[in-house]
Design a protein around this ligand. Sequence first.
Ligand code: CA
Ligand code: CA
Ligand code: CA
Ligand code: CA
Length: 660
Amino acid sequence: MKDFKVVILLFALLATGCIEKPELDPLEEDIIEGDLVFANEFNFKTSQEIQVNVSDFGSNTQVKYSISYTFQNQLHKVLSFGKTSSEIRHSLVVPTAVSELSIEKHTADGIELKTVPVQAGYASVQFEESFSGRASGNNLTSSENETCQDRLYAVNGQRGFYSIDLTAGEYTPTALPDLEGGGSIANALDQDNGLVYYNVGTNLYQFDVYTNTFSIAHTGNPFNGNYPRLTYKDGYFWMSNNNKLYKVDAATNEVVNSYTINGFVNNSSGGDLAFDSLGDLYLACFSGLYKFTGFEESTATIIRISAENFPFQLTSMAIDRQDRIFVGTNDANSNLIQISKEDGSYQIVRTYDFKINDLTAWRCDVADLEQQDSDNDGVIDELDDYPNDADAAYDVYTPSEIGMGSLAFEDLWPVKGDYDFNDLVIGYRFVNVLNSNNLAVRTEIDLTIRAMGAGNHNGFGIQIPIDESLISQVSGYEVFGEAVSLKSNGLEEGQSVPTIIVFNDAYDHMRPTSGGFANTVVGQPLVEEKTFRIVINFTGPTDPAPLVNPPYNPFIFNSMDRGREVHLSGHQPTDLADTNLFGTEDDNTLPGLDRYYQSVDNTPWAINIIHTFRYPTEKSRIDKAYNYFKHWGESNGLSYTDWYGDANGYRNLSKIYQGN
Ligand SMILES: [Ca+2]
Ligand SMILES: [Ca+2]
Ligand SMILES: [Ca+2]
Ligand SMILES: [Ca+2]
């Protein structure tokens, strides 16, 4: 209510101080009854739970399925799980706006991808026995080592030379000897002979991966200038720069054919070439990902696969044994990015502390991989997300491997407040780790305090919807003072539902440098975000079904008054909440009707967005910052399901905090 007076005062100042009406809107007023009215049954959910049914009557049991969705032009990987029977059900949570899933069947032979529609909370997919993995005709030889590791070779203009492990999902680099002769922006691999080629000026060098020795393969560049794009296949180098492509005999270094490339959408600079397992040639450059569709006498035609230019400059590309496309970016600290061959959607999988100017992929022989199970948990290394941990095999992410969800709170409950939904903003990613039997062994929760746009001191907790006897230990919380009491297992005392208090005062972790707010007022210095990793260890492998719908029951509470809790609309208070506050001020909680933390107008005090949320600036109402929030709510969530996205006309940028 204090804020309201400030608003009136400012408004009066603006009105008297300006002759004309100001261009910018004045600060919003608090919402009052009747401002925003939503139907009682509307729950403000931005996500949906989907049950996926996988049928696979093939005889191969070394199978991993993984499920992804594409949203806002980004590929989001959600989960993977093993083939424990011919028909498997697994549930996951995705944005309401998502209407199809990509389901991949991974075997040692490769990946089969199917895209299936989501209908009424279900998605079904059937895999046929006939799939035989990667196309034949690839002359892959096994390495001389017994255990082969799929890897990328990276080079840069500073003579850096690296091998990047593709097997464990960590993309760990190993430094190799500095490039002899100088730095290079182009490399290629002749795997049959174990030779990594790279170009320095007019010389083409080779590195023998078995003897770790360098030598010069050819001394005369067959055409003038550098060739930033280089790849090798079946005795030929393919070299390219801008709209020129050359096929060069690797033995004689003579140009066999040259082509003019037609089909660049705009920029044709930078980039790289790579063949996939089917023999199709791809080209990455500053204007996106392309595929060659035809070769004539002296011209080659490409079509762009990515929907648009990427927000980074691609300088390197490699396609691995599983036909995954990896690219590196033109930065001092290059990003390694995986790009979908289907639609160009992408995810950053690793950022290095070195530059990558070119990449090429070493593709192991399938026969070398099929038997390796380093931790003996029954899942071969190739398919094991944790190849050296027998208790863990797969990950289930919410919202996704790369995505962060958002919880945004109003903290004046039971008073409605100013509705800027930034009084506390928490980013989250939940990871349920499964073992080889698809049972949960632990839950890891990455949390970030992104903003604290409030004078109140607030704590944050989460109730976990399983029996406490299944939890052995919780770690990662940072609770100071005596406002809350915790048991030795890390859970809060006096709760019938396991309750984790992550922190009991956001001010302990995120101190505003000026004013009372952190990261909500434009022009004030950014306050570093505080991150937590909560780990919930289970007493033994447990059914993951109750855990499929994070963030479960998150809430804030007043640091000085533990009983004053604020939960998501329709979510129950904990045992420590002060129920005397229900029904006071603007609150219309009616426990008998299972109605909690809703006003008479059914406005909530907290929202969960299964995506990064660009929250409103201080005292800007959410319905003024997001032009379709109201339409979404009034349609009971049927229209503008992606109201929080950045589609044209969705956002009123002057009212949205963009500093972090
Ligand atoms: Ca294993
Ligand atoms: Ca394992
Ligand atoms: Ca507020
Ligand atoms: Ca605020």
